[in-house]
Design a protein around this ligand. Structure first.
Ligand code: SF4
Ligand code: SF4
Ligand code: SF4
Length: 189
């Protein structure tokens, strides 16, 4: 088969153009991946490192990668608390999500507090607490032991002075109650 010089020139230039295009595309792909990796590294460093999977991902690295590639929001790490969310948002260059209570996988822990200035020390509430989380002597102001309270709400409406309130406890690594929220990995009991 005879190929004309023009056709040969067209084939050679075409092959060179495809070769160069391939190199450019591969460099672009690699540089994009590197960027995601770098951001994932920064995000991972900002996470607590507990590897508890409570964010819905199997560990901090997986969650960091999901944030880096845009498939997870930065408010899923409950043990990390608000400071962690703020740091993650800053690394990602996004504003801090305001809908974390609706969006989060795990609902925040709630505990009772007693407004002590209103408390008459009638002791009524102590009779209803299933875990003895309310302390105080008769005719003195009572208080709730935060670490013991399971947020059952049993005491709140029993107070004749209306001085007990259930409040959301912002989770931090210091106050997170691991026993109340046991970790269950798939395939384990
Ligand atoms: S919830 Fe936070 S600490 Fe636990 S694995 Fe996820 S990112 Fe790590
Ligand atoms: S909310 Fe429940 S556990 Fe907490 S102090 Fe009241 S009764 Fe006790
Ligand atoms: S029931 Fe109310 S007033 Fe009585 S001890 Fe408890 S908190 Fe205080």
């Amino acid at each position: 088969m005879n190929i004309s010089p023009d056709a040969l020139q067209f084939i050679i230039y075409g092959a060179i153009a495809l070769f160069v295009l391939g190199i450019v595309l591969s460099i672009l792909a690699r540089s994009k991946g590197g960027g995601d990796d770098e951001i994932a590294n920064q995000l991972e460093k900002a996470l607590p490192g507990a590897q508890c999977a409570q964010c819905g991902y199997p560990g901090c690295r997986a969650y960091a990668e999901a944030m880096a590639n845009g498939t997870a929001s930065c408010n899923k790490c409950t043990p990390g608390g608000q400071d962690t969310i703020d740091n993650l948002a800053s690394i990602l260059g996004v504003s801090v999500p305001t809908d974390e209570s609706e969006d989060a996988i795990f609902t925040p822990r709630k505990v009772a507090i007693i407004h002590e200035s209103l408390c008459t020390g009638c002791t009524k509430c102590t009779r209803f607490c299933p875990v003895d989380a309310i302390k105080g002597s008769p005719r003195n102001a009572h208080s709730v032991i935060e670490n013991e309270c399971i947020g059952c709400n049993e005491c709140v409406n029993k107070c004749p002075e209306n001085c007990i309130e259930l409040v959301r406890l912002e989770p931090t690594l210091a106050n997170y109650n691991w026993e109340l929220r046991p970790i269950r990995f798939k395939g384990t009991n």
